[in-house]
Design a protein. Structure first.
Length: 219
């Protein structure tokens, strides 16, 4: 991991000292995601309620520029050169870190809940879209949300790395997590308040690895 990527996690535990015991898990998560991207894989994210919103938030930070510039590569500039709107495309497209939020497929989620089993809606999406080598970020404050536990179990069978983002106890999902980030709170809203800086730091670190520089030149 580049030093500019590590700095983001160091900054996190300075600002949120209560997350110091989670630092190694956060570092391990970042490295897993970096390796997945280097090998052409993607990130899948899910959660319920506020955690569903967090899932969308994470995808938003990965799929477009967060704090680093992400100009399209020379290779893509050459490919777009012959397009009618080449200049506009090149000026406005950004390099993306592929990520999918499993909470955004309203048609599929409601159909599966109605026709099959509501607590299998995330599992079905991972079964259909996931590939060995991908990474699943499964967010559940209690660690016990049935649909999040089931998707973690399916992901493990498929060779997908499972990152569980939970509260202090870890709940049931800790048995299916390759990496557990269990922030030190017990009440839902307090857990969510710590989840945000954790996943911000992860997204910042991953972005810095691919689009940052070690000379600290940042946008």
């Amino acid at each position: 991991m580049k030093s500019c990527a590590k700095e983001r996690i160091d900054e996190l535990v300075i600002r949120y000292s209560e997350l110091r015991d989670n630092k190694q898990s956060i570092c391990n998560t970042t490295e897993k995601i970096i390796n997945a991207y280097r090998n052409g894989h993607k990130i899948l994210v899910c959660g319920n309620g506020g955690s569903a919103s967090d899932s969308l938030h994470i995808v938003g930070e990965l799929m477009k520029a967060f704090v680093c510039k992400r100009e399209v590569s020379s290779e893509w500039k050459n490919k777009f050169a012959g397009c009618k709107h080449s200049q506009y495309l090149i000026e406005n497209l950004q390099m993306a870190l592929p990520a999918i939020s499993l909470v955004s497929e309203a048609g599929l989620l409601t159909a599966y809940a109605n026709d099959v089993a509501p607590d299998m809606n995330f599992a079905q999406q991972v079964f259909g879209q996931g590939k060995a080598g991908d990474v699943l970020i499964a967010i559940t404050t209690s660690g016990n949300s049935a649909n999040v536990v089931y998707v973690a179990e399916v992901a493990r069978v498929m060779g997908i790395t499972v990152i569980a983002l939970t509260g202090r106890s870890g709940g049931k999902i800790k048995d299916y997590a390759d990496i557990l980030i269990n922030v030190p709170e017990d009440e839902t809203f307090k857990i969510q308040e710590l989840h945000l800086p954790v996943y911000h730091a992860i997204c910042l670190s991953v972005e810095a690895e691919f689009y940052g520089s070690d000379n600290k030149d940042r946008e």
